[in-house]
Design a protein around this ligand. Structure first.
Ligand code: ADP
Ligand code: MG
Length: 688
């Protein structure tokens, strides 16, 4: 370990014990941390703007003579004002609570000011700009060059940090050890680390800055992917059950299915079966848009496991979905000698014990339940395959719980929220990915309209007509009960209103999370049986619910839902051959909500919607607040820098393919840097 990794920043010239504390508050403890404390932006001070061309709200650098200077001692703080004249025009600059500036900016001084142009009533003013005197203070790092702006905390200021950074670079930059080989640097067109670290702080030109930035972005991506490659490799070293697939088993499985599999389903099955046959455990993500038919793909794989005398489990995110899978599997397997159980949350103790015993002795072949299965006391006799359905939040950590066992089962994670390509390479970067590239035949795109208040009446009339034709539909509310505070109507009250006033002749039912489990099941079953025209519900039905006669989706207060959620909701219809409709009721004026709703009108392609969503919300939000396994990237941007991510990933995976434990001499440094610096910097998921 080089010493800068352990040397305290206090040893940098200019950092006393007090400032040292401020730096620590920024997360900067060691010299290495300081070197990696990158600017958040730059201002090109060689790019001086004539005063008559400055623009309100933008950063500007002006150069001129002080023509007027006044100090006022206000009630709360001293305020110093100067007028600067550069020949083209005059601009006012105001300094709050910096009385010492008055000694520097005296009338007649030639001065350079840099800051944001803003003032009351759109007056063009510089508010507490940074300043430099042309004569005395013409240090290269302050004047006429590209100047870094750092993230700071209260007590620190830019000028001070720039000086300290300069000292730090002079003394320590050469101690930074390069961890790539020359060949690697050349191949990837990367500047050497010492050069890059100097240029990211004090670039001479915009090109230098870009080159340095590219190097550090590459580094972030590279070590993140290296960690993922190591993880993937480690899993491959474990042994999983090896399955065989022979023509008769294949034929027997297909005979059970109500449909011929589509070519798209067959394509992904080829990849899945190849994994099942190989000696290492499958670790695969199956993505396919809502309605693309993932369930049958899963069923096929599970039946291969059963045909090889192993057990298989499928886990759903909700009880409703688990129940639905149980029904699907029961009907597929009606004529087969395969035993299935549904481990439900509401099972009686005795009932559950019986089921658990069957699973433990191996009498049971297929287990269906919620994600709680992996956390609970279920003991399998011979678990060969685990399918995790509809779960894009099932990140690295949760998967780890599955693969920590001594014998590692095959794992297939299915997601209907298409993963934007960047995230497929990060959060799921340790998985192999299969994609169902098309829908079963006969689907018609769902017609989607955003309904403003003025069109409510027409929309309900249209919906009534559709239900009278025999179609079914959902009306989804963001909350269960009316909320005055949020200005929202809830499912309960609206149910009464809809069934009494708006559509009195349409049979409808209510479904929400506060209802008893048995009530929910009864309602859902009756809806499947066609007893109700409309189901008034909450997001409960967001994922997975599959009723093929449902052709109308109404989302109330649709501005309250994210794009992925809306797409999921819409995916509940359009499953049969009939034309389906989606109505997004909203009176929103918000720009982001408007963008979401028009994106929904424009496209039904889940992949496009996911990319759009990522753009609107950013990667962290996209995954919600739960543990998502996204690394904390300091300089790289998952969306903008995708090509670089791709390149870094290819390099990292190639290296691990050739040298699994990074033991070749040219790779040992990579290992150290990954395990020390980048593990901390990216908060990498457990690579061990
Ligand atoms: P998802 O991928 O959203 O989980 P499902 O597995 O629920 O999709 O399938 C959506 C619908 O498509 C279901 O009603 C299912 O019966 C039907 N389906 C699945 N595969 C086929 C196929 N090969 N041909 C026709 N319909 C199919
Ligand atoms: Mg599904």
């Amino acid at each position: 370990m080089s010493s800068i990794e352990t040397t305290s920043v206090q040893y940098v010239k200019g950092v006393g014990p007090k400032r040292c504390k401020d730096l620590v508050a920024l997360g900067v403890q060691t010299v290495l941390d300081l070197l990696y404390h990158f600017p958040r932006k730059y201002l090109d001070r060689s790019d001086v703007t004539p005063i008559d061309e400055v623009v309100y709200g933008e950063m500007a650098v002006v150069r001129g003579k002080v023509t007027d200077a006044r100090m006022r001692y206000g009630r709360r703080m001293p305020v110093f004002k100067v007028m600067i004249d550069d020949g083209t025009s005059i601009i006012k600059a105001t300094f709050f609570n910096q009385p010492w500036v008055a000694d520097k900016l005296t009338i007649g001084t030639d001065v350079l000011l840099a800051g944001k142009v803003e003032g009351p009533d759109h007056a063009l003013e510089l508010k507490s700009p940074e300043y430099a005197l042309i004569e005395e203070d013409s240090e290269a790092l302050e004047l006429g060059r590209i100047v870094p702006y750092y993230p700071l905390t209260g007590k620190l200021n830019q000028k001070w940090l720039r000086k300290v950074m300069r000292n730090c670079l002079d003394k320590f930059a050469d101690e930074l050890e390069e961890f790539y080989t020359d060949a690697f640097l050349a191949e990837n067109r990367l500047p050497a680390i010492g050069e890059a670290i100097r240029q990211i702080h004090f670039p001479e030109t915009a090109e230098e800055k870009d080159r340095a930035l590219r190097r550090f972005k590459f580094d972030e991506f590279f070590f993140m992917e290296l960690a993922l490659a190591v993880r993937r490799r480690r899993l491959r070293k474990k042994t999983g059950p090896v399955f065989k697939l022979w023509p008769k088993l294949d034929a027997r499985i297909r005979e059970l299915f109500p449909f011929t599999l589509t070519e798209f389903q067959d394509d992904v099955l080829k990849e899945i079966v190849a994994d099942l046959r190989s000696p290492y455990p499958m670790n695969r993500l199956l993505q396919g848009d809502v309605g693309s038919g993932k369930t049958l793909v899963a069923a096929y794989a599970m039946l291969v496991a059963v045909g090889n005398e192993h057990q298989a489990a499928i886990m759903a995110p909700t009880e409703i979905l688990a129940e639905q899978h149980f029904q699907t599997f029961s009907s597929i397997l009606a004529d087969a000698k395969v035993s299935i159980v549904h481990l439900a949350g509401g099972d009686t103790k005795k009932n559950r014990e019986e089921k658990l015993a069957g699973i433990e002795t191996g009498k049971v072949d297929i287990v269906i339940g919620t994600h709680a299965i992996i956390q609970s006391d279920v003991q399998f006799r011979k678990l060969g395959l685990v399918v995790v359905d509809e779960q894009h939040k099932f990140g690295v950590m949760q998967r780890k719980a599955l693969t920590d066992k001594t014998t590692v089962p095959n794992v297939l994670v299915m997601t209907a929220t298409p993963i934007p390509r960047t995230l497929a390479l990060t959060v799921y970067g340790d998985l192999d990915v299969s994609t169902i590239r098309g829908m079963p035949p006969g689907r018609r795109p769902v017609e989607t309209s955003w309904i403003p208040p003025a069109k409510n009446g027409d929309a309900w009339e249209f919906i009534r007509g559709q239900i009278e034709e025999g179609k079914q539909g959902y009306v989804v509310y963001p909350v269960i009960s009316d909320s005055e505070k949020l200005g929202l109507q809830g499912a309960e009250e609206s149910f009464e209103y809809l069934s009494e006033k708006v559509l009195p002749d349409v049979p409808m039912a209510l479904l929400h999370g506060r209802m008893k489990k048995s009530e929910k099941e009864t309602v859902m079953q009756a809806f499947r049986d066609g007893e109700y025209g409309l189901l008034v519900a909450t997001q409960l039905i967001e994922v997975g619910v599959d009723v093929s006669n449902a052709a109308v989706m109404v989302v109330m207060h649709s501005e309250r839902f994210g794009l992925a959620q809306l797409h999921q909701l819409r995916g509940r219809v359009g499953r049969g051959a009939q034309q389906s409709y989606c109505f997004l009721f909203s009176d929103t004026r918000s720009r982001d909500a408007g963008r979401r709703l028009s994106a929904m009108e424009r496209t039904t392609d889940g992949f496009k919607i996911a990319e759009e969503d990522l753009k609107i919300r950013g990667p962290g939000e996209f995954f919600g607040t739960s543990q998502h396994g996204l690394p904390e990237l300091a300089v790289a941007d998952l969306v903008v820098d995708y090509p670089l991510l791709r390149a870094a990933r290819d390099r990292a995976f190639k290296i691990i393919d050739e040298d699994a434990d990074l033991s070749k001499p040219e790779n040992t440094k990579l290992k150290t840097v990954m395990e020390t610096q980048y593990r901390k910097r990216l908060e990498l998921m457990d690579v061990g």
